[in-house]
Each structure stands twice: as C-alpha cells, then as structure tokens.
Ligand binder design. Sequence first.
Ligand code: SDX
Length: 427
Amino acid sequence: MSNTFATFEFTDEQHSHALPILKGTLGPSAIDVRNMYSNQDIMTYDPGFRSTASCQSGITYIDGEKGVLLYRGYPIEELAERYSFTQIAHLLTSGELPDSQQLAVFEKELRRYNLLHDQVLSFYKGFRRDAHPMAVMVGVVGALSAFYQDAQDYNSPDDQHRAAIRLIAKMPAIAAASYTYSIGRPIRHPDNSLNFASNFLQMMFGRPSEPYHVDPLLAKAMDQILTLHADHEQNASTSTVRMAASSGANPFACIAAGIATLWGPAHGGANEAVLNMLENIGAPENIPAAIARAKDKKDPFRLMGFGHRVYRNYDPRSALIRETTKQVLAHLGMENDPLMATALELERIALSDEYFISKKLYPNVDFYSGILLRAMGFPSRMFTAVFAVARTVGWVSHWLELKQEAHGIDRPRQLYTGPTLRHVDKR
Ligand code: SDX
C-alpha cells in the first residue's frame, strides 16, 4: 500500500482530499484515482490518455525522454542483436528468456499449431482479390474463435497457453495467405524445417513449382523486424486488446480488435503511409514542399513515420531498423534506391528544422520499415500485416497478463456536454 499521497483541494471548500501515489519499478509514479469518483463525486479528464496509466504491467517499459525500450527489463538493442524472435516471444509471454530446452519445447509447440484449419482457408475465397490484407486478417482471426471450441474456458492456464500459442503460430500463415490469395497464387503451408521468420518468408514468396531458397540475410532481417515490432507498452492496439479482454471476450476476437486498431495510419498503418508519402514526394528536391505542408497547421498532411506519443527522442527501434535497411539494400544491390535517398534526405532536413526539433519529432519505427519490407519484396499493403504478425506476441502477452489479475471490465466515464434533461412535446 502507498505511504505517499497527493492532496487536492477544491477552492470553494475548506478541506483537502488525499489520494495515494503508486510507485512502479521504473518510470513515473501514478496518483491512484480509482476511488475518487465514488468518494468525491468528481472524475479526472484525460482524452487520449496522455497522463493516464490504464493498468499495471510488467512486460515492456518505455522512457520517451531517453529513447529507452525494455522488454521484460532487457534493452531492445541487446535483444535484437543476440536473440531470435521466438526467444523474444518466449520472453514476452512468460517473462524470461528460454534456456535451450525451454526454447525447443516452445518452438515445437509453435510448429505443432502453425497450420490453418482447411475450412479457415475457405474464408479467403469470400474476399475480393483486391481486399486489403488487414481487412482479411481482421475477419479471419476473429473467425478463429469459431474453430476452437475445445478450449473455451479461457480462465484455465492450459487453455490460455494453447490459445496464445495458436495465435502466435498461425499469424504468419494467415498474413501470407492474405497476400498469396490476392495475387492468385496457391496458399502455402508452413515448412517446419525452417525457423519462424524463414517460414513466413517461404509462405509469402515461395512458389509450388520450385523449391524456396531462404536468403540468410533476409531471414535475419525478417527476424529483427518481428522482434522490433513485438510489443510497445499500452499503444492503441494493445489497449484495445486489453479493453476487449476485460469483458472476457474470446482471445481470438480480442486479437482481431487489436488488428483493426493497428490498421490506422496514425498507428501501425504508418509504414504503408510512409512509403506512399515517399513515393508522392518522388525526389529530394520536393522535400522542402513536403516539410512546409507538414508544418502548416491548416494542412492535415503530417510527415508519416515522424513523431510519437511517447518518444520525445529517437525511437530506439528506428535506429536499429535504419541500419538493417542499409545492409539489405546493399545486399540486394539497391544501395542507390531512390526512396531510401529521399528518406535519408528527408530525415536530415527534418532533424535540422526548428519545427521538428522544438516539437521533438523524430523518425519512429515506421519510417524505415516500409523501405526495408519493400526491398524484401513485400507490397506496401502488406506492411501493416507484417506488423500484426509481430505485435500478436505483445497482444497475447498482455492478454495473458490481464487474465492473471482479478480484473473487472474496463469502463471509462465521460465529461457529458450534451443537452440537459428535456421532455418530448406531448401535444
Ligand atoms: C506507431 O503508441 C505506440 O507505441 C505506437 C507504436 C507501436 O509500436 O505500437 O510505436 C507504432 O504507431 C508509431 C507512430 C506511427 N505514426 C506515424 O508515423 C504517423 C505520423 N505521426 C503523427 O500522426 C503523430 O506523431 C503521432 C500520432 C504518432 C503522435 O501524435 P500526437 O501524440 O498527437 O502528436 P504530438 O502531441 O506529439 O504532436 C505535437 C505537435 C502537434 O503540433 P501542435 O498542435 O503542438 O502545433 O507535433 C505535431 C502535432 O501537430 N506533429 C506533427 C507530426 N506529429 C506530431 N507534425 C507534422 N508531422 C508529424 N508526423
């Protein structure tokens, strides 16, 4: 229980009210206002939750001022350099990096559950070929809850674990199928002789008429992309998953809600929007005009891939993915890629512009990921689908964490500004 308190006083009253202050292990403390409305008949007001801790969580920590990102206490820079995505998935879901035996068991489970039920595949035929992959993923993942009647008691640890594994394991096949279906190529099944990232690439780009050769550097880049996008504290899509989970909704439906939220261009859809923006800018000489538009309050145009609600410093993921992008472009003989040239010049100009400096707008994880994914062969419409494959690990980790708590339903209130009581005309 807290022994430090915040007190507040109403200017028109004589007494003050004390609210406990809660301290976490890192980061800002929080004033515990959960009983304020019932005790003081007054609420807090925080649209966009800029100053609100919606929950307690021990999964990911971000220090926006210092550009720090920790997964279960480990810096992202150390993890991305030395660990695979499946090791990171074990860390985020269970709290610890796996030893060799635990990793073998975890990866065996992921291989056991990575196939899609044959009838799930028939869902794809109901979509238009030009359906956006995120629209397909929302539909297919939500429908998975109808395929797993064997684990409906999501209060049991075993069923929670099985649902978590199923979601993480199946997401690459679901995402890849949304692409291959759109281009009329037969949907491919996992090849369990490959690791998680390589399997995703073969399901995306393999052809039934010839063996698929994994390019080790592209597989490593894919693995890093998945790791860097795996979790990010209470971002919009994770908060959505937690809100849905608080009602006791089926985990597949909760993750479908997360996919829907991630799709937005202000969130996970930004990587696709960055590429469209860079293509619209066309060449470095057009950058000043784009910067001017981004600074014009009357113009809704924003520099996609710049800014972040939490980071007021460089997004540590952006620096890592920037280097990988340069390596992959060089590996593929694309070091003179015009979009990369435009991106580097845009970054240079923006980071020396007073508007971006004063507002602490730096490139975020989405600024380079689109260039990298495009170089690897992903169409821009698939960028956010790749993000969803990675973020499923974070969403599932937060779902598991919430299921361990005696968590009532999330039910925010509002500051009502509508009509006061009135009655219909009885004439
Ligand atoms: C992701 O939450 C997460 O953790 C998300 C994510 C994750 O891993 O889950 O990190 C992934 O979503 C990254 C963000 C991807 N989105 C984009 O790149 C879209 C472009 N960025 C902006 O839409 C914006 O920066 C947001 C949405 C990311 C943040 O929006 P905020 O918090 O409302 O921005 P802000 O309050 O920091 O803005 C401060 C000022 C404002 O101007 P003023 O009203 O003070 O005059 O900066 C301006 C904004 O208009 N501003 C921008 C800008 N971003 C903010 N101006 C031009 N271009 C931009 N990109």
